[in-house]
Design a protein around this ligand. Sequence first.
Ligand code: 3PG
Length: 215
Amino acid sequence: MSLPPKEASKTTREICGLAPIIPVLVVENAAHARPLAEALVAGGLPVLEVTLRTAAALDVISEMAKVKGGHVGAGTLITAEDVRAAKAAGATFGVSPGATDALLAACEEEDLPLLPGAATASEAMQLLARGYDMLKFFPAEASGGAPALKAIGAPLPQITFCPTGGVTPDNATSYLSLPNVICAGGSWVAPKDMVERGDWAGIETLTREAAALRR
Ligand code: 3PG
């Protein structure tokens, strides 16, 4: 099977359009996966990015994929092996901090829609040349924030973005109000300490606030 990049971007844009914020999740314990995903979906953020940065991440994806109404993606995809493992675990999309030919080829072969990272006009243009026009702007704040993304959008309006990295409740609207932004990613809705003590009600409250951010 081979997923054309243009089709992959169409799918990732549709997924990104489901909510203003994609929670970026670092989950150490697979037992937390179900209640965490249920709190996030109940709070109004159904699109979830589970980073492949913990030993439990693939089990977390498998568990979260069972939660009704959720769309579970795998983040921090670096290698072709990551792509195969994420797909096998049940991820329906992938997110990467950047892009390599090997990573893009693996996602295309595995039919895993990818939201690939780009921080500069040249990186965005290289991905566009291959057919990807829905990208992750990463690391968003460190790369110049909303003014930088607005500037990139002037010559490249055909590319849409999900800025991630340093996005907070205070600066999210500066991104979401840009015409080339579909949604933003951020880790603040599921803080490590709240996940570890199982404060699902608290996470649902943070989620509701994030879901109310306006594009
Ligand atoms: C990450 O690298 O974990 C993501 O970019 C999320 O960044 P954030 O913690 O700044 O939201």
